[in-house]
Write a protein that binds this ligand. Sequence first.
Ligand SMILES: C[S@@+](CC[C@H](N)C(=O)[O-])C[C@H]1O[C@@H](n2cnc3c(N)ncnc32)[C@H](O)[C@@H]1O
Length: 193
Amino acid sequence: MLTAMRSDRDELWEINAGWWQQGFTDGADPEYVEQIVPMAAERLKGLDRVLDIGTGEGQLARLATATGSTGVIGVDPTLAQVEVATRKGGEAHYLRAEAATLPFADASFDGVLACLVFEHISAMDEAIAEVSRVLKPGGRFLFFLNHPLLQTPGSGWIDDHIIDEQYWRIGPYLTEADEIEEVEKNVFIPFVH
Ligand SMILES: C[S@@+](CC[C@H](N)C(=O)[O-])C[C@H]1O[C@@H](n2cnc3c(N)ncnc32)[C@H](O)[C@@H]1O
């Protein structure tokens, strides 16, 4: 099963875009509501042209327009995300593009945002080089990443009913890997560690 899924790696975000949108946007996820959105709003202030890489359904691109940025573009290779982002509207513009090959001129943006995206990108060095290329000198990179301690295979919430203990187990986290993980029953997402 996993081998078959792996050959469809690029399709996994198309298949699971709805899962992401339902569980992690529009106030559904406390981590976004309590931490990510307030931190991003604070650090977006004063940035005019902003690029949101891996924008998903555009929740942080919309935040950027709400905090005063006027030239906001969200890119994502996943059609099922870009379509919803476009439908949800706001002042931002959306297009399909990969982080590693951004279709913008050098020094185009005052700020670049990437939220919970780089842990899904195999061509990570190329993607970082693209961020550096499209940012204006002195521009700001807002980089949100799940801490690797908390999101490696084997890490997760344990609810031990026998000894009545609940805790977060930390799995091995110094191993480099590019793999597909089942993050919930039947939800397979590509991760790079
Ligand atoms: C966890 S979601 C985060 C979405 C959005 N940044 C947010 O915070 O709501 C990860 C997103 O990364 C996108 N993605 C996956 N591979 C990508 C790549 N190579 N370049 C850019 N985005 C990518 C997926 O399509 C998905 O929309």
